[in-house]
Design a binder for this molecule. Structure first.
Ligand code: AHR
Length: 654
C-alpha cells in the first residue's frame, strides 16, 4: 500500500489530536465508501499433510502403532514381554491371514508357567487420560488351549493402569473388543497383550482408540486436534498434502481409492517422510490410511471447510525420483480425478456416488476445487496438466482446477509456470514460499503488481523460517508470525487476485517431527497452538466480505506498520488489521473516510515483549490474542498499536 501524504487524513488528524505530540501521529484512513474486491469466503484455509506424524500418530486417533504387523520390520513398535519363568514364542506369519490386503499377523504361544506376550509402545508413547474410556479391539484366532488374554495398560513408569481378561477358545478369526479405563493419566503408556495359561493365539489388527474421538465416531479423529482446526474457522481444507501426494516414485503416490472402506482393507504404504531427511530419520513412519478420503471429506463438512483434494498428475516427487507416467498412459490418473469428482458430488445412482452412499454418506460433499499435482515444475508438468484440464473441464466445467507453480515464489521455473499456465487458461495457480521473515515483510506488495486478468493465486504453502528452509533450528516465534501477518495484509488487499491461502505444514508431533516450523504442535495428549496459528485465526475469523482501500500517512514513523481493511457486510462492521513490527508502540489515528459513527470497537491484540517469544509445548501460552473494547469515532480516533503486535479492530459502522 502506498504511504502517500493524504491531506484529508492529515486534516482529520489535526481535528482530533489532543496534544502537540499528536500532530506527529500517523493516520490510517479507511475508505469505507469505496468498497473494492469481494473476498472469497474460502480465502483462509488449512493445508493438511501426513508429515511430522500428522495423520498416523496425530489426527487419526488410533493409539497402536503397526497394529496390523505390516511394517517391513513386522514387530516394529512391539516388544516381547515375559514374566520371570515365562516360556513362549512370538512368530510373524502370513498363512491363512485375517485379511489378504494386510496379510501379516503374530502367533503367540505360551507354555503357561507365567504371563507371556507382547506390548505396543504407541506413536512414541500412548496418551491416556485417567478415568477416560479406551476401546480395545483385535482380530483374534484361538489356535490351541484355552488361555486368558490379559489386555493391560501400563503407565510410562510401569504402573498397571487397567487390565481386562478375555477368555480365548480355539476357532476362526473374530473381532474381540473390550473397554479400558486407566486409573492415571500417562503420555507414555504401553498396551500389553499377555497370555495367562498354556495356549496359542493369533493376533492381528490390534487397536486402541479413545472413546472421546471427534463427534464420538468409533475409530475416528482426535477430538482436541480437530477442535483446533475448527477454531480456525477455515474456508477450505487442502488434503492429503504436500509431497505425500506425489510419492517418492509413482507406486508410492497417494491413491484415494485405496483409502476407502473397512480399515483392514486399506493396504499400508511407506511414508516418504520416513527417509526424506537424513538428519531427521523416522523409521516408524508409514501410512495406514485410517484417515482416508471419506474421512477427509467428512472432516471438511464438520468444520465448514470447502474440500480441496490434490491428486497425483503422473509425476513422482521431483525432489525424489521424478518418475513420470508416460503421456499415453496417463488415462488412469485422469480417470481417478473424474471418479473423485463423481464420488464427492455424484448422484447416488452414479457408480461413485453410489459408493459414497454405501459408505454412509448419501449427501454430496459439494466439491468445487481440485488440485492437479502438488509442487511440480517443468514442461512435463504443463503437458500433463493440459490433459487433465481438458478431460475435467469437458465433464465438470465448474470445478476450479489448482495448478502448480513449483517450489519457489520466483526464478526461472516459477516464471515458466506462470507463462505456460496463463497460456493454458489455468484457473488458480498454487504458489509456495518458505523463506526468512524478511522476505515476507519485503513482499507485502508482491500482488499489487499482478495481472488482474490472468489466473488467480492460491498461496498454498508458506511459512516464515527463522533460520532457513528445512533447518531443524527453525522456531515458531513471534517474529515469524508477524512476518506472516504483514504478508497476509498484502494478500487481503489483493483479494481480487489472491483467492486462497494456507500455512504449511499444519501439525507436528513433538516426539516425531521431520519439518519445522509448523502451525500446531501436539504430543500424545496435548495440543499447542503457535503464534502463527493465532495469526491465521485472527485473519480467518475476521475475513470480511469486501476489501476496503486504506492509506497510511502522517509524519510519525510508519515503516514498520502494515495494514489492510475489509467490510463485514453481515455484521455491519469495518475490520482493520495492523501489524506493528517495530520495537516501540505506535500511536495512529484511525479514520473511516466519510463516516460519522461512534461506538465500541472490539480490539484483539497478539503481542509479546520479545520477537523470540514462542509457545513451548506443555507450558501456559506465552503468545495468545487478548481482546478488549475501546470507544471509536469514525471521524478519527487515536489508538496505540503495541510493539511487536498484530491488532484486529472491529468497528460497527453504519
Ligand atoms: O510442507 C512441507 C513440504 O513442502 C510439502 O510436502 C511440499 O509440498 C513442500 O515442498
Amino acid at each position: 500500500m502506498k504511504k502517500s501524504k493524504n491531506f484529508l487524513a492529515t486534516a482529520i488528524a489535526l481535528l482530533f489530536a489532543g496534544s502537540l505530540s499528536s500532530f506527529a501521529a500517523a493516520t490510517i484512513t479507511i475508505h469505507a465508501d469505496q468498497p473494492g474486491a469481494k473476498i472469497n469466503p474460502a480465502m483462509w484455509g488449512i493445508f493438511f499433510e501426513d508429515i511430522n506424524f500428522g495423520a498416523d500418530g496425530g489426527l487419526y486417533a488410533e493409539l497402536v502403532k503397526n497394529r496390523g504387523f505390516e511394517f517391513p520390520d513386522s514387530l516394529m513398535g512391539w516388544s516381547v514381554n515375559r514374566a520371570q519363568l515365562a516360556k513362549g514364542e512370538v512368530t510373524v506369519r502370513d498363512d491363512a491371514p485375517f485379511n489378504a490386503k494386510n496379510p501379516h499377523y503374530v502367533r503367540v504361544r505360551s507354555e503357561g508357567a507365567a504371563l507371556f506376550g507382547l506390548s505396543n509402545e504407541g506413536f512414541r508413547g500412548l496418551g491416556v487420560q485417567a478415568g477416560a474410556a479406551y476401546e480395545f479391539s483385535a482380530q483374534i484366532r484361538g489356535v490351541d488351549g484355552t488361555p486368558v488374554l490379559k489386555v493391560q495398560l501400563y503407565g510410562g513408569d510401569g504402573t498397571l493402569l487397567d487390565s481386562v481378561d478375555l477368555k480365548i477358545f480355539a476357532g476362526d478369526w473374530q473381532k474381540i473388543s473390550a473397554t479400558l479405563h486407566p486409573k492415571e493419566t500417562s503420555t507414555k503408556a504401553r498396551l500389553a497383550l499377555l497370555l495367562e495359561g498354556k495356549g496359542t493365539v493369533d493376533l492381528d489388527f490390534v487397536s486402541l482408540f479413545p472413546e472421546n474421538t471427534w463427534q464420538h465416531r468409533p475409530g475416528g479423529l482426535r477430538a482436541d486436534m480437530v477442535q483446533a482446526l475448527a477454531d480456525l474457522h477455515p474456508g477450505f481444507l487442502r488434503f492429503p498434502g504436500g509431497c505425500i501426494v506425489e510419492g517418492p516414485h509413482l507406486d508410492g503416490r497417494y491413491q484415494w481409492k485405496k483409502t476407502l472402506g473397512p480399515v483392514e482393507e486399506r493396504a499400508l504404504l511407506f511414508n516418504r517422510w520416513n527417509t526424506e531427511f537424513v538428519h531427521r530419520p523416522t523409521p516408524d513412519y508409514y501410512q495406514s490410511f485410517g484417515l482416508g478420503f471419506l474421512e477427509f471429506f467428512q472432516l471438511c463438512e464438520d468444520i465448514g471447510a470447502s474440500p480441496l483434494p490434490i491428486l497425483s498428475c503422473g509425476m513422482a516427487c521431483q525432489f525424489n525420483s521424478g518418475e513420470l507416467c508416460p503421456l499415453d498412459q496417463l488415462q488412469p490418473y485422469i480417470q481417478d480425478a473424474l471418479d473423485l469428482i463423481e464420488f464427492a458430488n455424484g448422484d447416488t445412482n452414479t457408480v461413485w456416488g453410489a459408493k459414497r452412499a454405501a459408505l454412509g454418506h448419501p449427501a454430496p460433499f459439494n466439491l468445487k476445487m481440485l488440485g492437479v499435482g502438488n509442487e511440480q515444475w517443468g514442461e512435463q508438468y504443463f503437458e500433463r496438466y493440459a490433459k487433465f484440464a481438458a478431460a475435467i473441464k469437458e465433464k465438470y466445467p465448474d470445478v476450479q482446477l489448482i495448478s502448480a507453480a513449483g517450489p519457489d515464489p520466483a526464478g526461472d521455473r516459477f516464471k515458466l509456470a506462470w507463462t505456460k499456465l496463463r497460456e493454458l487458461h489455468a484457473d488458480i495457480i498454487d504458489e509456495h514460499c518458505y523463506a526468512k521473515p524478511e522476505w515476507f515483510f519485503n513482499n507485502t506488495h508482491r500482488y499489487d503488481r499482478y495481472d488482474r486478468t490472468g489466473p488467480k493465486v492460491f498461496m498454498g504453502e508458506y511459512a516464515a523460517q527463522s533460520v532457513g528452509v528445512v533447518s531443524t533450528k527453525n522456531r515458531n516465534n513471534l517474529e515469524c508470525a508477524l512476518a506472516e501477518a504483514a504478508y497476509l495484509t498484502g494478500l487481503e488487499r489483493n483479494a481480487d487476485v489472491v483467492r486462497m491461502a494456507s500455512y504449511a505444514p499444519l501439525f507436528a508431533n513433538t516426539e516425531a517431527w521431520q519439518w519445522t516450523p509448523d502451525l500446531i504442535w501436539v504430543d500424545s495428549l496435548r495440543v499447542t497452538p503457535t503464534p502463527s496459528y493465532f495469526v491465521q485465526q485472527m485473519f480467518s475469523r475476521n475475513r470480511g466480505d469486501v476489501v476496503l482501500p486504506l492509506e497510511i500517512s502522517g509524519a510519525a514513523d510508519t515503516n514498520s506498520i502494515y495494514a489492510s481493511a475489509v467490510q463485514d457486510e453481515v455484521a455491519g462492521e469495518t475490520i482493520l488489521k495492523v501489524v506493528n513490527a517495530g520495537a516501540q508502540p505506535c500511536e495512529i489515528i484511525i479514520a473511516i473516510g466519510g463516516g460519522q459513527t461512534s461506538g465500541t470497537a472490539a480490539v484483539t491484540v497478539l503481542a509479546a515483549q520479545n520477537l523470540s517469544a514462542e509457545n513451548p509445548a506443555g507450558w501456559p501460552l506465552q503468545v495468545a490474542p487478548q481482546t478488549g473494547a475501546e470507544t471509536f469515532r469514525a471521524g478519527g480516533w487515536k489508538h496505540s498499536f503495541a510493539a511487536h503486535s498484530l491488532t484486529v479492530i472491529r468497528m460497527p459502522v453504519k
